[in-house]
Design a protein around this ligand. Structure first.
Ligand SMILES: NC(=O)c1ccc[n+]([C@@H]2O[C@H](COP(=O)([O-])OP(=O)(O)OC[C@H]3O[C@@H](n4cnc5c(N)ncnc54)[C@H](OP(=O)(O)O)[C@@H]3O)[C@@H](O)[C@H]2O)c1
Length: 272
């Protein structure tokens, strides 16, 4: 299928581009005509994804500032420009009640989910966007708008990322647009512990009747990255199948309406 969003000749950096939402974003951007530079920690997965997408990749953690700098340099060397930055990589650790949270792990959550997006935008701004313009899309979460069991570190850091999005949108305009996409529950590895044994119940409680697929999120990211969204900055686009409005959904009284919270209470993410 050809893409309705023109990104021909553009170059994009996508963090966490080896699988899940990031991989779908990278594929969608490539279909729209962009070239992509990917990162993730697993070198084989990065190499394979970059090869399959005809792009470039660099393995490493977004929590390492030197890695983000090298990533920016790689994109610039390979493509001569950096038009789009998609901050997608994240961690959902530490998991559990905040009173049990290890402060070092808490700091790590902020390093990955908030500080890394800021650093990458700083590098891209200095290397290209300040002079030539560009677009940033941060992947947040529908959950940042409320609280949930055991996800305090994740939710707090993603709420900070939402604020960072709006702050940067104001500071970097008019050259650079900065927006976020906030997914509901999506079929990926990160969220497997939530949907694997409860997909039917979660879907039954959702106004649009199913959990998300990575492509649902990718299309929103590509749209925000394209000129179709040229008058949008500082916005958060919820792509959640109606999760945020499920309390008013006719079937919302069914136990499925809060099946995600039941899963967050009864299971935990697998070790990474
Ligand atoms: N899935 C959902 O239901 C859902 C809901 C709301 C928001 N989100 C958000 O969507 C984004 C993508 O999540 P996903 O569900 O697609 O997760 P995923 O399938 O687990 O993929 C995560 C990607 O990020 C990479 N990654 C993880 N930690 C990294 C690090 N420190 N440095 C560099 N790369 C890293 C992973 O590769 P390596 O492991 O090899 O590093 C992988 O490529 C995240 O921001 C998440 O918070 C997801």
């Amino acid at each position: 299928m050809t893409s309705p969003y023109g990104l021909k000749g553009k170059a994009a950096i996508v963090t966490g581009g080896s699988r899940g939402i990031g991989r779908a974003v990278a594929e969608t951007l490539v279909r729209a005509g962009a070239r992509v530079c990917l990162t993730a920690r697993d070198p084989d997965a990065v190499r394979q994804a970059a090869e399959e997408l005809g792009g470039v990749g660099l393995a490493g953690s977004v929590g390492d500032p030197a890695h983000l700098r090298e990533l920016t340099e790689l994109a610039l060397r390979a493509f001569g420009r950096i038009d789009v930055v998609v901050n997608n990589a994240a961690t959902n650790r530490p998991y559990g009640p905040l009173m049990d949270a290890d402060p070092d792990q808490w700091r790590e959550a902020f390093a990955i989910n908030v500080e890394a997006p800021l650093r990458l935008v700083q590098y891209a701004w200095r290397a290209w966007m300040r002079e030539h313009g560009g677009v940033v899309v941060n992947v947040c979460t529908e959950g940042a708008g409320h609280v949930g069991p055991n996800v305090g570190a994740y939710g707090t850091s993603k709420a900070a990322l939402l604020h960072l999005t709006r702050q940067l949108a104001g500071e970097l305009a008019p050259k650079v647009r900065v927006n976020s996409v906030s997914p509901g529950l999506v079929r990926t590895e990160m969220a497997r512990f939530v949907w694997e044994h409860a997909e039917g119940a979660v879907a039954a409680g959702l106004p649009l009747g199913r959990i998300g697929e990575p492509e649902d999120i990718a299309r929103a990211v590509a749209w925000l990255a394209s000129d179709a969204a040229e008058w949008i900055t500082g916005a958060d686009l919820l792509v959640d199948g109606g999760t945020a409005v499920r309390a008013a959904y006719a079937s919302g009284k069914s136990p499925g309406a809060y099946a995600v919270h039941d899963q967050l209470r009864s299971s935990a993410p697998r070790p990474q």
